[in-house]
Design a protein. Structure first.
Length: 200
């Protein structure tokens, strides 16, 4: 029976090496963060709660040491049931370690979907922003057109007025030109903002 225990220890040493690599790999995997709060195995199979493999291997090592003690004490019935549990746990560990990539496939897909949604939202926000800027630009162009018209009307009216009225028209035209200047500055600013937004 001691040779069987030695064989179990040799298998656990191999699994421990594999678990070290897989745990390290999972630690640097973004998709693992989605499932890191979940236990790898159910409570029916392991007492350990972890998203890493090594703690489960430590549990099986402890059970193997108990098995050794039970055999030394000639408690064969207990030793036999302990051996069955160890065999089940080793089989589960082997399968889970070998299918670690498959275990992370669904979280990876979820991560891709989350990124795609975020990108879509960002793109929609940019498009909305660009749409709003174009709308504002059109409104500002319309305002510019109206100001130019008002200046032309005032200039025409100013030709047929008295000196007092001419002064008043000149002041009004000057104020309109100032507004037109601010309006054109706003147009330039909006055009720059649109160019920036559409670089996305």
């Amino acid at each position: 029976m001691q040779s069987a225990i030695n064989k179990i220890h040799a298998i656990l040493d191999q699994l421990n090496e594999q678990a070290l690599q897989v745990d390290q790999q999972n630690k640097h995997s973004k998709s693992h963060k989605i499932i890191q709060e979940n236990d790898i195995f159910s409570e029916a199979l392991f007492l350990t709660h972890s998203d890493q493999f090594r703690p489960y291997i430590i549990e099986v090592k402890n059970k193997t040491n108990e098995l050794s003690r039970l055999l030394s004490a000639n408690k064969n019935a207990l030793a036999h049931s302990r051996l069955l549990i160890i065999e089940q746990q080793i089989s589960a560990l082997r399968n889970a370690l070998n299918s670690n990539s498959a275990l992370h496939k669904e979280p990876t897909q979820r991560l891709v979907a989350i990124k795609a949604r975020r990108y879509k939202k960002a793109a929609q926000a940019v498009m909305q922003s660009s749409h709003n800027l174009h709308k504002k630009l059109n409104e500002t162009f319309e305002f510019e057109r109206r100001l130019v018209e008002m200046i032309q009307v005032r200039e025409r009216q100013g030709h047929n007025t008295s000196a007092t009225q001419t002064k008043q028209f000149t002041e009004e035209i000057l104020a309109l030109h100032q507004r037109l200047g601010r309006c054109r500055q706003a147009i330039s600013k909006l055009e720059r903002e649109i160019a920036q937004a559409e670089k996305f």
